[in-house]
Design a protein around this ligand. Sequence first.
Ligand code: NAI
Length: 458
Amino acid sequence: TCDPKKVAVVGAGYVGLGTAGLLAHLGYQVTGIDVDLDRVAQLQRGEVPIHEPGLDALLAAQGERLTWTTDYAAVADADVVFICVGTPPSSDGTPDLRYVTAAAASIAAHLDARPLVIVNKSTVPIGTGDFVQRILEDNALTFDLARHTVVSNPEFLREGTALADSLYPDRIVLGGSTEALDCMVKLYAPLIEQSFTPPPATPRPEGFTRPAVVRTTLQSAEMIKYAANAFLALKISFANEVAGLCERVGADIEEVTTGIGLDTRIGLRFLQAGLGWGGSCFGKDTQGLISAGDEHDYDMPILRAAIDVNYRQRRVVIDKLLRHLKTLKGKKVGVLGMAFKPNTDDLRDAPAHDLIQRLVQLGARVTAHDPIAMPRAAREWAHLTYQAADSIEAVFDRADAVIIATEWNEYRALDWAAMTHRMREAVIIDARNIIRTPLAAEIEQVGRAVLKAGPVPS
Ligand code: NAI
């Protein structure tokens, strides 16, 4: 019988840190394991290596219940081990499973005769659960492996709201054998019953009762993760495709998406037109599903179209800019926002990257700003020749155009009239539709008429 008390979490990234914090908060003794020495040293000092609202406080509050190490020996002591390592795309679009393979082999080296549930939280191709099970069997021949079982428990958190998403999820998806899933339901009981005390920074949303639990097979759980992300990506691309036509026929995409989204069969969320999706998941997971189709000689045209529409949005911004400025040679273009979305410092597949790269290619002088992600960009985007702005004002000073690439609240709250006064030519490409009132500027938004220059405020 399963009575989980100790948990090991392998991989201390966006998912692993949240998972470790959540499980410690639910009362388990948690050991976080990562192969990155610097990262573990930082965590041991009490520093959190990523930006995620509320995470610092949650981790700090766990005290002795949560420790960090590079040593897999902690696996031997655990009742449940979570795999939360990265699965980045390979050059051909298929997910790179080298980290999952390495983590499974390291876990296997520390298996003993105690029954252990190995939970895969990384997003992995359908069939990986069986593959992990085989790695465990191959690497730990001497033990009673029938007692070690692999479960798929895909993660649905969104960066920026990761803690609320983990503490108050719509559903918990669990795939695997009946016995292993019973154990997972026991582990997650405080989450399922919502019997824990909410952390001060992340209160329980009003009206939230409890998550649904979906019990299924390994394969279906793995498919659910991909299909969920692909569907959300599809919704965004649909809104963007309709937005392009709205611009041409004089309709307003926000009114249109409100009008369709109020139909409960459609829903309002993930219908925002803008610069399209970015980040580490949607691009990789839509491509991953297409690759899975390819392997079975099965085409997935809807997903291919969703990807095309997404990356077209990045080119459309440059086209709009060229319509206003004719040439970008020598022009100063400001970019507001570098992270792929607000409230994170994650720069993976961020639209701003492609925008800056293209602007520089076209001869523009680019000044870019982000409230949080600039130090990270200095490291990860060193190949781009842009000027890092030391203030928001510096983005606007004598600029010919400014592009809003990420909808941070800091930008929504700007005194836009004062900002546009600093510009040489007041062209603003608001690729996130955050400006609400006409200004003394030409403002291009997504899926709505150009906001014509209003009177200059006195
Ligand atoms: P990440 O790249 O932020 O973190 C991965 C961590 O794993 C790193 O700290 C790395 O050092 C560590 N690692 C790599 N190999 C290891 C090994 N052999 N042993 C121990 N640690 C190792 O990745 P992130 O974003 O947390 O994603 C993890 C998985 O979760 C991916 O499959 C991703 O698709 C999925 N996912 C991510 C979400 C997100 O919003 N970031 C949301 C839902 C799922």
